[in-house]
Design a protein around this ligand. Structure first.
Ligand SMILES: *Cc1c(COP(=O)(O)O)cnc(C)c1O
Length: 368
């Protein structure tokens, strides 16, 4: 575990982001807290939402994540959905599910399993074009048959998921097409006499564009952690990145053009300062940070040479010499929406990955 390199998580900013979301939609929020709440800490993030009454519904990817929430936050009333790895085909998994720990069913065999346990509400996810997981629209008829056979007349929540909502709606027709397929499915189910209590399809990209936000729920992830999902496209989302990745200067050395740096003898292309920081791929600072740049005290700073397991090297211009010293804290990203996104873009990746990559060697430090 690191001590002076850490992810500072500002819980007050999470509340601000919820408030900004409320200005876009009146829908209830099913907050995606999968993958350790996008790297910010599954239990503390969920607990803060519950304490502050920000939302009561949460989404995990795996049963194990949901079980941790139910164990650690047993004193709160909330519902958690398991979206993909429900483990329903595994022996013993069914007994974990109940009215507030619900599997999202994406295949017919799992529906057959869950119908054996009437106290677990039925939540179905359809494949309307994402082509990952999801029940095929053609299978609606089979679902209706199965439900009638088991004398079930109510579905708690019908869901689907977009494949291109991170692109502006004006640049693609897919999102609208998926929405139409979704509406057709809802109609077919309702026409058969089965009641649907809730519906949702919008993730951050759609919500930011106010698209399909009139369903009873929205399912944001990234935007509530701050970054826009639409980046690099223009977005009006005013979210603040709730975290700040802090490390510190371990060493500073002058370096001349032509000298080499670290493993692989990376050749320095200009005179400057070589600054060593104690974060590397052993912390989840990926090797792809090489050449990524950011700003520190108005100086352009760049990861150079290879990222090591425990250390990385940053290139500073010579003129920064009097302004930096060993022990100074450096933020790899800060709360403004742009810094993390800019870095992700340079690395040809997405903010989701940079956040999720941070592992348990980086302590999460919470402030409100
Ligand atoms: C992860 C996920 C979301 C949230 O996506 P964001 O782009 O982070 O808003 C919503 N729905 C499903 C099914 C997901 O897997």
């Amino acid at each position: 575990m690191r001590v002076s390199s850490y992810l500072e998580v500002n819980l007050g900013l999470l509340e601000e982001n919820f408030n900004s979301l409320k200005k876009i939609t009146k829908a209830k929020v099913l907050f995606m807290v999968k993958a350790n709440a996008y790297g910010h800490g599954l239990v503390p993030i969920t607990e803060h939402c519950l304490k502050k009454n920000l939302c009561q519904d949460f989404g995990c990817a795996a049963l194990g994540e949901a079980l941790i929430l139910k164990e650690k936050l047993a004193k709160y009333k909330f519902t958690v959905y398991v979206f993909s790895e429900t483990d329903l085909a595994e022996k013993g998994a069914l007994e974990h599910y109940r009215s507030d720990l619900i599997p999202v069913i994406h295949q017919l065999d799992d529906l057959k399993t869950i119908l054996k346990k009437p106290e677990v509400p039925i939540v179905l996810k359809f494949n309307t074009g994402m082509n990952r997981l999801g029940i095929k629209p053609d299978d609606v008829e089979n679902i209706l048959k199965l439900m009638k056979k088991n004398k079930r007349t109510k579905i708690l929540h019908v869901m689907s998921h977009y494949s291109l909502s991170y692109l502006p709606l004006a640049k693609q027709k897919k999102t609208q097409a998926q929405y139409k397929v979704f509406q057709d499915i809802l109609r077919e189910i309702r026409d058969s006499g089965i009641e649907i209590e809730h519906t949702s399809i919008a993730n951050s990209g759609a919500i930011e564009q106010s698209f399909s936000t009139e369903e009873s729920y929205v399912r944001p992830g990234l935007m509530l952690y701050g970054p826009s999902a639409l980046y690099p496209h223009y977005s009006k989302w005013p979210g603040k990145v709730i975290s700040k990745m802090v490390t510190k200067i371990l060493d500073i050395q002058k370096i001349k053009k032509g000298e080499t740096v670290g493993y692989g003898d990376h050749v320095c292309s200009q005179d400057g300062l070589r600054v060593v920081v104690p974060v590397g791929y052993g912390d989840g600072i990926l090797t792809s940070y090489t050449n990524a740049s950011f700003t520190y005290k108005d100086f352009p700073v760049k990861f150079f040479g290879r990222v090591n397991m425990d250390l990385s090297q940053l290139f500073f211009p010579l003129k920064a010499e009097k302004k930096i010293k060993i022990g100074d804290a450096i933020n790899l990203w800060e709360h403004d929406g742009a810094s993390l996104q800019e870095m992700a873009l340079q690395m040809k990746t997405i903010p989701y990955q940079l956040l999720c990559a941070l592992n348990e060697r980086i302590p999460r430090v919470y402030k409100s």
